[in-house]
Ligand binder design. Structure first.
Ligand SMILES: Cc1cc2nc3c(=O)[nH]c(=O)nc-3n(C[C@H](O)[C@H](O)[C@H](O)COP(=O)(O)O)c2cc1C
Length: 334
């Protein structure tokens, strides 16, 4: 069975990648991911806030009169502390991971502006990363900021990063664009090597006893695959960028669905955190068994056979099908 896959020009032994998470925070756990079959590892993100935090400390050393130093540190919280990482240790970890494993290591930067933090893209490349994933986790709280401005922000960050590195660059994106397909096409035209669909957005909850905002992170369920599945099916064959599916992969079934939709690679985090990284072996085993049963000899044969372009009834993806579903639901109730 030939599971080999290309992702952004990288040759992978299979289509299953460990997405960004604390599972990449130690060399040993990266090695473990390789042992259970991951074909590449995306490092946890280095956050813009973390880099600014370091820069603020550096600026303070240069101008010791700054009284607002402590405040500025509060303003740029040390978010990567959870991963016990500084920008320097992040780069060292990439170097160590590269020496320890044979699979590609993909660095990850998480930020929202087009300034200083982007310098780290070059350093991540120099540390040996095979590719870079940019996670632009932007929540537009300014009601005066237009959709066009926000879209331009994404394009600007991508083009700035592309101008400083020569490794492939993927964008990990949210689905919150008014025309998702058009935005993906624009990023594709602007040189994105990969589109990682979709980011799970931080959505706070309320505690009604303490009247406080509750920043909790919930692991995904497999029900979450539907939105990325739809858009991967829509985009397959219509963009040059590689397509990576992230969200809701909890068994081989989701791996298969995403590949049928047209994903080049499928990523997983929640299932591995919840059940242990051994779980990844079952994804590969289940995929091979299914392919055997269906007579597929390679992943490339099955990829995209259920994309919007290739499926026998593309209207199944479209509005008309929504109306049909509602009709049949009504009939069931009668
Ligand atoms: C505990 C945890 C930490 C994560 N850290 C990062 C991160 O540093 N950078 C990033 O881009 N995504 C991060 N993610 C998102 C995952 O990479 C992944 O895209 C998301 O969880 C959806 O995939 P899943 O359904 O397989 O979990 C994190 C997710 C979890 C659960």
């Amino acid at each position: 069975m030939d599971l080999r896959t290309q992702y952004m020009g990288l040759q992978l032994k299979n289509p299953v990648i460990a997405s960004a998470s604390p599972l990449s925070s130690k060399v040993d756990s990266i090695r473990r991911l390789e042992d259970v079959g991951a074909s590449a590892v995306v490092m946890f993100s280095l956050f813009e806030e973390q880099i600014r935090h370091e820069n603020a400390a550096f600026d303070h050393l240069l101008s010791s009169h700054t009284e607002s130093f402590a405040e500025s540190l509060d303003y740029f919280p040390n978010v990567a502390e959870e991963y016990e990482a500084t920008p320097e240790s992040y780069l060292t970890l990439i170097q160590q991971a590269k020496a320890a494993v044979d699979i590609p290591i993909i660095g990850s930067l998480n930020g929202i502006t087009n300034s200083g933090w982007i310098d780290y893209a070059k350093q991540i490349e120099q540390a040996g990363a095979d590719a870079l994933e940019l996670n632009i986790f932007y929540i537009p709280t300014d009601l005066m900021e237009s959709g066009a401005d926000i879209e331009q922000r994404y394009i600007d960050i991508l083009t700035t990063v592309k101008s400083v590195v020569s490794i492939p660059v993927a964008l990990k994106l949210s689905p919150f664009f008014s025309s998702i397909g058009n935005m993906m096409k624009r990023l594709d035209d602007a040189g994105a090597d990969g589109l990682v669909l979709f980011n799970r957005f931080y959505q706070p909850d309320f505690d009604i006893q303490t009247l406080s905002v509750n920043p909790t992170l919930q692991l995904s369920t497999n029900a979450e695959i539907r939105l990325p599945l739809l858009w991967i099916a829509m985009l397959h064959g219509r963009v040059n960028a590689s397509l990576a599916a992230t969200r809701g992969v909890h068994s081989h079934v989701e791996v298969i669905k995403y590949l049928l939709a047209g994903a080049d690679v499928v990523m997983s985090t929640s299932a591995l955190l919840k059940n242990g990284v051994e779980m990844l072996k079952t994804f590969l085993y289940g995929l091979e068994k299914w392919m055997e049963g269906r007579g597929y000899e390679s992943v490339s044969e099955m990829r995209g056979v259920m994309s919007h372009q290739n499926v026998a009834h593309p209207e199944a993806f479209e509005r008309v099908n929504y109306i049909r579903i509602l009709e049949s639901f009504k009939m069931e109730m009668e």
